[in-house]
Design a protein around this ligand. Sequence first.
Ligand code: MG
Length: 163
Amino acid sequence: MTERVGFGTDLHRLVPGDGIPLGGVLVPCPFAPVARSDGDVLLHAVVDALLGAMGRGDIGERYPESKVARGESSRRFVLEVMHLLRERGGAVVNLDCVVDLERPKLGPHKDAIRASVAALLGVSPERVNVKAKTAEGMGPVGEGKAVAAQAAVLVEFGESPNG
Ligand code: MG
């Protein structure tokens, strides 16, 4: 067995809208991310973490805007990268992540986000941890102009992912 760690981050600008998709869950609020896809920062960070654990570059290389339908769900990116991971004999051990958002408060949505991300990764919710932070009114996140996320994943391979 070989274990590999992966790390990913993302940030999207917020504008007036109908909600913020986070981990595949639409959090209702009067804001929405600016993005070619649905702008799910958490799933984008998760995809980058998975690619990182595989040593396979980043989400921008794999999914340039020309290959993304306008507003399409970011769940596809996670499912495709998970398929790649399984092809290489990998499985997720656990994922830890942080969402940086000033408002709305994510407490009421954390369990749903956790369950959604776990389902996409094919693991039980106990293997996924979701944290939420505000920026105390400072910077783009604190001023409500952006939402950001970070994710760290541990992946277990039956053999070395790079042959
Ligand atoms: Mg993104």
